[in-house]
Design a binder for this molecule. Structure first.
Ligand code: DC
Length: 213
């Protein structure tokens, strides 16, 4: 699948720092920033609102068919909306959503829909898109692929410092082991170890390693 505009793909495990890096890389390069985790989180929020058990894949599939997710671009980044209502960061990152999102994200029909939406975003302009399968599945032909990693210890302490409780080890286990589009280092990706460098250093490294023309 080739994008209408170029897409820098940034993948990595939970709390690796990829969102902060992707947002700043997009700002520096004047590209639109797309956080695909927020699309899965919005779907999860809506499934929970519908009172559906996140581990019941059939019920999730049925509920998801009626959920409308949109990602309009506002001030250089996508803002996820459910039925036209923008979700707040607190809603997207709530404990119930953290606990349920990996179950929702392993349902093939949910992924198919959101992947189609993600590909469609490349028609609006050059992007920096971050997630778990962006370089491996959504835009496998992109020549600009990054994988951000960090030790589990560093990732857990970063989440704690943000005041968020998040079962990152458990989410990673499900995200890496799922049948549909598991988290992998995409073929051709440059790996950045973000354990012991500053955010600015990570952004510099990403921009230096991408041979943008
Ligand atoms: O990036 P994040 O931690 O906010 O993502 C939340 C969850 O969404 C993550 O645990 C797995 C899922 N996800 C996914 O399956 N594929 C993506 N491209 C992005 C996120």
């Amino acid at each position: 699948m080739s994008a209408a505009h170029s897409v820098i793909t940034i993948d990595g495990p939970a709390a690796s720092g990829k969102s902060s890096i992707a947002r700043l890389v997009a700002q520096r390069l004047g590209r639109t920033y797309v956080n695909t985790g927020n699309m899965y989180r919005a779907m999860t929020w809506a499934v929970l609102q519908a009172g559906v058990d996140p581990q019941d894949a059939d019920a999730v599939r049925a509920a998801a068919a009626d959920i409308v997710i949109e990602s309009p671009v506002i001030e250089g980044k996508t803002q996820v909306c459910v039925s036209g209502r923008p979700l707040t960061d607190a809603e997207l990152n709530s404990d119930p959503v953290n606990r349920a999102v990996s179950f929702i994200a392993r349902v093939a029909e949910v992924r198919d829909r959101l992947v189609a939406d993600q590909r469609a975003l490349a028609t609006i302009g050059p992007l920096v898109m971050e997630g778990r399968d962006i370089g491996s599945v959504v835009f496998p032909d992109s020549p600009h692929k990054i994988y951000v990693d960090a030790t589990e210890e560093v990732r857990a302490s970063r989440r704690g410092a943000q005041g968020l409780s998040d079962q990152i080890a458990e989410r990673d286990r499900i995200d890496k082991q799922r049948k549909n589009s598991p988290l992998v280092i995409p073929r051709g990706a440059i790996v950045i170890d973000n354990s012991h460098i500053t955010l600015d250093q990570a952004v510099d490294q990403v921009i230096a390693t991408l041979q943008l023309t």
